[in-house]
Write a protein that binds this ligand. Structure first.
Ligand code: SF4
Length: 434
């Protein structure tokens, strides 16, 4: 079959969206054209995520729906579900043609060509450095806010998580190639660099005997005059080193907003999760951050209804939320992922309890987020303008705390960093004039 067009769908986290951009680049370099219409594309790529049960279910229902339109398409399933389910996917759905793990996207063009020799193609090897060597050569146009993967994989083995099995051990990219990538992105208009990694603050690379950590890397990136803002995500509390904490007071390009997932406010649950810290440790990290920079704000992930989570454990999570006042967070009901330790736990919390707790927790997070947003009303705040919204009267930007801001103005352009007057807000957005 001749492939002229492709459609790509991403599931899950920011790392996957970033990977999808790279896959688009790879396929365009092969001469394929991106098609926004799934029905007319010759090749459909599903870039999957295995963190939540829902994402894997959604994949199979999407493939089922696709089969109804047209059976003559090539279907490639790439990413973490492909890695985790491996050859088993061919048995679950016979219309899948290509299965490709997250470390081998650069092999996709060759696999498409090889379909004429073997109609079922699979590669799930961990050849991570080869992947990055190849992807660095790809075209780098993202946007005003651009992502750079500095680290992949995880050695932590939280009991609920599949990442160490699907993305492999921690691997940090060489600093030189990261600096080159940042240079290339800023030449194409990037003003904000978001450093990505499953354990981004575990970044650790040795160059000619010199150990380089994430603080060194941020300092180096800061030297690029076109970079106005730097963020990093997702961090693990045990990798919040003193020098990284201190950098939040000395580097003014580093935004005062940190995504530092705690997952639960109960030390007992954290122990069962194998998170390697307790609540006191987490609170001390936040205190240290606030002591070097009182303006810093924190966001987190929460898992509600972990096996064995009692009412008292859940109350401790609510107490921690009240204490830290997380200004933005992601919260999920616990879902057992096959192959993880927690999936074997007998004491699974009933679904109705999990749903009730999630609703209480999300209401609390929403209240805090709304209060935080309200504190900006009637003040001027600095916004990085990212684009013009579909309603052309408004521009879209973000504050240093990642709040979404809609700005009514005729005098601004994407890429500007402007002080704008916040006139009103809701729990999700701020509205400004300029
Ligand atoms: S730190 Fe835990 S939750 Fe994060 S990727 Fe590693 S195993 Fe998964």
């Amino acid at each position: 079959m001749i492939h002229s067009t492709f459609f790509i769908k991403s599931y899950g986290c920011q790392m996957n969206i970033y990977d999808s951009e790279k896959i688009i680049s790879i396929l365009e370099n092969k001469g394929l054209k991106q098609d926004d219409n799934l029905e007319s594309a010759d090749l459909v790529v599903f870039n999957t995520c295995n963190i939540r049960d829902k994402a894997a279910h959604k994949l199979y229902s999407d493939i089922g729906r696709l089969n109804k339109y047209n059976k003559n398409k090539t279907i490639a399933v790439v990413g973490c579900v492909a890695q985790a389910e491996n050859v088993e996917m061919f048995n679950k759905n016979t219309s899948i043609d290509i299965i490709l793990g997250p470390q081998s996207y650069h092999l996709l063009p060759q696999m498409i060509d090889d379909l004429s020799i073997n109609p079922k193609q699979i590669n799930t090897e961990f050849i991570i450095n080869e992947k990055f060597d190849y992807l660095t050569e790809q075209k780098k146009i993202q946007g005003i806010s651009s992502y750079v993967t500095i680290q992949e994989g995880c050695d932590k083995f939280c009991s609920f998580c599949v990442v160490p099995y699907t993305r492999g051990p921690e691997y940090s990219r060489p600093m030189k190639s990261l600096i080159d990538e940042v240079d290339s992105l800023t030449k194409n208009g990037a003003k904000e660099i978001v450093l990505l990694g499953q354990n981004v603050n575990a970044y650790n690379f040795t160059d000619n005997g010199k150990k380089i950590n994430i603080s060194d890397l941020i300092e180096e990136i800061s030297k690029n005059k076109k970079v106005r803002r730097i963020r990093y995500t997702t961090s693990h509390p045990i990798n919040m080193s003193d020098d990284l904490i201190k950098l939040h007071s000395t580097n003014d390009k580093l935004m005062p907003f940190l995504h530092l997932p705690v997952q639960s406010g109960s030390s007992e649950v954290l122990k069962k999760m194998n998170r390697k810290y307790d609540t006191d440790f987490y609170i001390k990290i936040i205190e240290k951050l606030k002591s070097v920079n009182p303006k810093i704000e924190i966001s987190s992930d929460f898992i509600v209804g972990y096996p064995g989570e009692t009412d008292d454990d859940f109350k401790k999570t609510l107490d921690l939320i009240e204490k830290i006042k997380f200004t933005q967070s992601y919260s999920f009901i616990y879902s057992a992922r096959p192959g993880t330790k927690s999936a074997l736990e007998k004491d699974q919390t009933p679904l109705y309890v999990k749903k009730e707790r999630l609703s209480i927790l999300q209401n609390k997070l929403r209240e805090i987020q709304f209060e935080f947003n309200k504190s900006f009303c009637g003040t001027n705040t600095e916004v990085l303008v990212e684009n013009q919204s579909s309603n052309s009267e408004y521009f879209f930007g973000r504050t240093s705390y990642m709040q979404a801001v809609y700005i009514k103005s005729k005098n601004i352009n994407p890429g500007d960093v402007k002080n704008v007057y916040i006139s009103t807000c809701n729990p999700k957005n701020l509205y400004a004039n300029c």
